[in-house]
Each structure stands twice: as C-alpha cells, then as structure tokens.
Design a protein around this ligand. Structure first.
Ligand code: GLU
Length: 301
C-alpha cells in the first residue's frame, strides 16, 4: 500500500562525479521512495570546501537526470544552511551538552577512534572554555547510550554509542561537522526514510541520538551494501572509481539492480531507463537486498 507521507532523500557530497557505488545508493533510495508512493529529495552536502571539486555538484545533478533518477522539489545545498546549524549548536549548548575540545591530532591518533572525554571539563557554559583557543566542539553522551535500530535491510541492530565516545559537532577549522548538518537537515526536510550505504552505519546511532537531543523524530533507516573494488576497498574518488558513463545509462542501472538483489529479465536489456526503472519500482523488495556490508561488481548476475 502506498504511504504518501513517505519522504526519502539522496545526499551526495560534491567531491567528484557519481561512480557506480554512488549510483547504487541513489537508485536504492529512489526505488524505495517510488515504491512507497513517496517523495525523493536531493541534498548536496557541500560543507567541506577543501574536499570539494569545482563543477561536481552540477555534474551529479546531470548524471542523476541522465539515469532517469528525477528528484522532487528544489535541491537543498547545505552551504545555505549555516545559520540553522549555528542555532542548533546554541540550542544544544543551552542544554549544557557541548564542550570545547582542544585535543590535537597527535593525541586523537593515540586514542584510536574512541574519544576518552578528556575535555569534558571545558563545557561551553563553564569558565574553563577558552573561546579564542582553536577547538572543536563535542557533544557529551550520557553514561548509558545504547541505540536500538530496526534496519529496513539489515534487521535488528544494537549500538553502544559510548564505545566511540563523545563526537564532534563543530570542527576545529570552523566548519559544521557532517553529523550535525546531516541530522538537522534530515529533520528540517521531514525525511522519514533514509536508504544509504552501510559505510554510514557508524554514523546512524550518532544521528539518532542527536535528533533526539534536538527534539526531532529519527527516520527509519535501511543500509545497503557498499560497492567495493576487487581489492575490497569502497569505490571512491580516492580509489580512482571511474565516472559513470553517460552512454551506458541502461547498463549502469542494470548492473546496480543486480547488486540490489533483482533478477532483471534479459528482455529488459534493450529497454529505456524509464521502462527499467518502472519495472524495478514494481518489483522492489528491500528484503531481497543482500545483507552484506560489501559487494563487488562481479556480484551482479
Ligand atoms: N554526503 C554523505 C556522503 O556522501 C552522506 C550522506 C548520507 O547521510 O546519506 O557520504
């Protein structure tokens, strides 16, 4: 039955054009939205100028269009939302949840990815926070922070947030951190379904916690496998993942559908993007997506 209040989204970072791995995430979220009679919004996560590639955002928009993945409504660019991120930071600070973290990279490296709370004494509301000294801003987690998730693809998952510790909401280089911007924008746009790659599974419990702190309702999540190269590394610009070819859009979609667990009838080989997508919307079953963290291109039938 169609759930008309469904709002999903795809949120690429403009660090380069789309490759097959990003098409896989776009396609899965698109199909889930369409199959539920929902809206599919597009957000460009352009908050990290040092990693941005000029022209990549426009290229991504064109590539989605070329593949028949048409989004609803205007594109949201995160770079236009700075005042909202600052306001959310104020809100969390008023609740005494934030502290300034002066730890340098060398110290953080010794902690191996799990922050030990050393700077908790520098709560932003206390006199030990020194605004002029370069710092990141972290959110202090409660002692007990277990997050349970009914993932639409991976099933029941349980996370212990305290394992990785208090996380950064505002970066030392004065940019909003991904966790803050993403959670706030998902709330702002009323996103209630997020289908994305399982490389973001670590972020999901943090975003659920943050949404709860901001009195915003967490969406439902589904995590698809990440597409890896033959060496088992996630396809990415750093690993020289080739840009999607505009000449092979049907075959790109065909390959991605295979990776999402579809057995596409071979007569659809000669179909248009639209025919293929219509067929896929009709046959989309999140339960058929492989419950794996990674797939490689050779896994497509
Ligand atoms: N912009 C982020 C990325 O491309 C992730 C967005 C999301 O939360 O889906 O990895």
């Amino acid at each position: 039955m169609a759930v008309s209040s469904y709002i999903g989204r795809f949120a690429p970072s403009p660090t380069g054009p789309l490759h097959k791995g990003s098409l896989l995430a776009a396609l899965a979220s698109f199909l889930d939205a369409q199959a539920n009679g929902g809206q599919w919004l597009l957000r460009i996560d352009d908050l990290d100028p040092p990693r941005e590639v000029p022209g990549a955002a426009d290229r991504i928009l064109r590539q989605l269009d070329e593949h028949g993945l048409h989004w609803d409504g205007p594109v949201l660019y995160q770079s236009t939302r700075l005042p909202a991120y600052k306001e959310a930071l104020q809100q969390l600070s008023r609740a005494s949840l934030l502290y300034a973290c002066y730890c340098n990279r060398a110290r953080l490296r010794t902690l191996g990815g799990s922050y030990d709370g050393k700077c908790q004494i520098h709560n932003l509301n206390s006199s030990t926070a020194i605004p002029d000294k370069p710092h990141a801003i972290r959110i202090q987690l409660p002692e007990q922070s277990t997050i349970d998730l009914e993932d639409l693809i991976q099933g029941s998952l349980r996370f212990d947030l305290s394992k990785t510790g208090d996380f950064i909401l505002w970066r030392r280089d004065q940019l909003p951190a991904y966790q803050l911007a993403c959670s706030l924008d998902d709330g702002h746009q009323g996103i209630n379904h997020i289908i994305r790659g399982s490389d973001l599974l670590d972020s999901t419990p943090r975003q659920i916690h943050l949404l709860n702190c901001l009195a915003l309702k967490p969406p439902q999540y589904g995590h698809i496998p990440v597409l890896s190269n033959a060496e088992g590394q996630k396809l990415s610009k750093q690993n020289h993942a080739p840009e999607l070819s505009s000449d092979d859009t049907v075959s790109n979609l065909f390959d991605c559908l295979g990776l999402l667990g579809f057995s596409v009838p071979s007569e659809l080989n000669n179909s248009s993007n639209q025919q293929l997508l219509n067929w896929a919307v009709e046959h989309w079953q999140p339960g058929n997506v492989p419950v794996l963290s990674r797939v490689t291109e050779s896994d497509s039938p």
